[in-house]
Design a protein. Structure first.
Length: 366
């Protein structure tokens, strides 16, 4: 889908090359992460793809077409671009921001309006609530979602993402990373993603390209980079605790256990019977359609009668089935529990993961 062939970028009055003889092929539908320290050439490489920076020599192809022979403005209209500080136009509404490129491409009003609503719904922002708001009315995470929606507005085949979650707090950042990976399963765009954070690269990338001094030092899957660093530079970039970092590669749905539950209208006697027969110390409580609601502990209902709702504990946290084991571990530590329930995006109970599952996953990778 994307080919960089012998690309070099040298700025005037500089003795060093920002990018030196770089060759890189990126498959369709792949998230390719460019990672490395400041000044390594990763952002320069990405910006040459939409010709915000022109290469000194070499060729770049998108879907077999050399971009150097294309009109640069039209090229950019067909490449989505998401940046760290989002860059929403403060005087425009959310709908107007998202519609920027479709308007430039002369789409009719009805088609634009339909596309705006589709994207807001995709980003889980109710169009009726957010369409006419201004960026100043939104949280940082909401602004970032609108930035992604704007980049997707004209349905570009390629997206560039330059430290897109870097300015967010850790909790919001992790949530949006997970949401974007879920979104990518639907949209399957070809993405070049720039970051300096190796943990983000491992979590987000189908392939990681490690850069240093304008050159590619190593490229491969996240597991390749973790398992076999090419040299001391890559080893230091990856850092310690590689087994813990590998938890980012395992989804909760791949490690969870199926679990039993009781309905909210169940009696304590019924719940105790299920727990005792199956050796459970706790059991989940669900509403209609297996929507997770809470849980009870066996020790809290010993000698008690009544309904489970009378002794129900609020669910402190859950993880979605597509989240990583690293996310599950973080949530367990945050709430001080040795297990956590797994649900889908709509809250349907799917299973549970215990601390021993995390330890086993780490041991398997040592």
């Amino acid at each position: 889908m994307i080919r960089f062939e012998n690309i070099t970028k040298k700025y005037p009055n500089s003795n060093n090359k920002a990018v030196s003889d770089l060759t890189l092929h990126i498959k369709e539908g792949e998230i390719c992460i460019l990672v490395g320290p400041s000044g390594c050439g990763k952002t320069t490489t990405m910006k040459m793809l939409n010709r915000l920076i022109e290469p000194t020599s070499g060729n770049i192809f998108i879907d077999g077409k050399n971009i150097c022979g294309q009109n640069s403005v039209e090229l950019r209209r067909n490449i989505g671009y998401v940046i760290q500080n989002i860059g929403l136009f403060p005087h425009m509404t959310i709908a107007e921001n998202i519609a920027t490129v479709p308007k430039e491409k002369k789409w009719d009003k009805d088609k634009i309006a339909k596309r705006v609503d589709e994207l807001l719904e995709l980003m889980e922002l109710d169009p009726k609530i957010y369409r006419d708001r201004k960026p100043s009315d939104l949280s940082g995470g909401q602004k970032q979602r609108v930035g992604v929606a704007r980049a997707l507005a004209a349905d570009p085949p390629v997206m560039l993402m330059d430290e897109p979650f870097g300015a967010l707090d850790p909790i919001t950042r992790s949530k949006l990373q997970n949401e974007f990976l879920h979104l990518q399963e639907k949209i399957k765009k070809t993405i070049i993603f720039v970051t300096h954070d190796i943990d983000e690269a491992i979590k987000m990338g189908d392939r990681i390209v490690v850069m240093k001094n304008g050159k590619i030092v190593q490229q491969g899957t996240p597991n390749d980079i973790l398992s076999s660093p090419a040299d001391e530079f890559v080893e230091n970039l990856v850092g310690g605790n590689r087994s813990i970092k590998r938890l980012n590669l395992i989804k909760c749905e791949d490690a969870m256990h199926k679990t039993l539950s009781v309905k909210m209208d169940s009696t304590i006697k019924e719940a105790k019977s299920i727990m005792e027969e199956n050796g459970l110390k706790t059991i989940a409580i669900t509403k209609e359609n297996d929507i997770l609601h809470g849980y009870i502990k066996l020790k809290d209902v010993e000698g008690k009668e009544g309904m489970v709702g009378d002794f129900e504990k609020e669910m402190e946290a859950t993880v979605e089935k597509r989240m990583s084991l690293n996310d599950a571990l973080s949530e367990m530590l945050r709430i001080g529990q040795r297990y956590i329930y797994v649900a889908d995006k709509k809250g349907h109970l799917k299973g549970w993961i215990g601390i021993n599952d995390i330890l086993n996953a780490v041991s398997d990778n040592d």
